[in-house]
Design a protein around this ligand. Sequence first.
Ligand SMILES: *Cc1c(COP(=O)(O)O)cnc(C)c1O
Length: 342
Amino acid sequence: MMRAELRVDLARLRQNVRAVRERMAPADVLVVIKDNAYAQGVEPVVSAALDAGATWFGGIDLDSAVRAKREAGERARVFCWMTLSAEEAQQGIDEGLELGVGDADYLEHVAAADGTANVHLKIDTGLHRNGVRPEQWAAFCARAAEHERGGRIRVAGIWTHIAEASDEEDDASRAEFDRAVEIARSAGLDPEVRHLAASAAAWHRTEFRYDLVRIGAFCYGIRSEDGPEIAGVAPASSLVAPVVAVGDDVEVAIGSVDGYASALAGRVSVATPAGVRALTRVDPFTSRVEPWPGAAVGDEVILFGPGENGEPTPTDLGEAIGTVGEEPLLRVSPLVTRTYIG
Ligand SMILES: *Cc1c(COP(=O)(O)O)cnc(C)c1O
């Protein structure tokens, strides 16, 4: 049974991480590995990124963060920003993770856990997703300082997340962030790392880098939708499917159950051994592509990738159906085999 595969090029990934690290220096880079390293597999991604010099990893979910820490050991620090319960906090501490803390109640859970938690305090600078509101920040920092003096926590970082939707909004968030850092210092805290920027702001705006930047998309070579190409960085993964039948059109082994969006039919072209051909249909288990002379069962068709054979990038696919470039990657079903090259 011939199956589609997600082929992850680890050499490309290392190259991306190196390019990102060079660009961001002297700020350090936290490689974001949330959602199973954007569906590419935490362990091989972490291992490759370590080889490229990465010293920080981070993610939202405990599972990805724990796996990253187990893979990296003492070679890297791992920040998990959304543990939610006392149980998760304890597990995070036991695993050696650093924890995001964005509300006063959760600070108490983390302080009450066994062991000294390394925490990063989050100020809400306008995104309203999670984080302590500016009007509560001073009291929150005072309480954190008390816990730090008691040896229950160590405040390793101050952070926030910004919208990256407009420069004006981001500038306002940054001003709020600076005030928050000042307040934290007046409360007696001495955070090693301040971090607020993700891929786009960190890449294009030097003043947003501070000590650490949290980079997901660009490490994997995913450019922003409607954004420019990013020099030195290209998609690390290709979605590849074999031809399973040749008739009036060519049938390939990728379908909507594999996480390949049916809305792509008629909207994109894919790479075949004879060049680019239109994708005409996406059914549950297979898809159809315009025929080419000499098409044969077993030929490989590239649905997305770095673009070297004319295939669309994940962001091209996202743009074709009105979503972000991460989505075509994140949707690839866990049942699609991951293979690693490079
Ligand atoms: C996903 C995420 C990032 C990475 O964003 P990119 O734009 O992909 O670089 C950074 N910070 C937080 C809090 C995130 O959830």
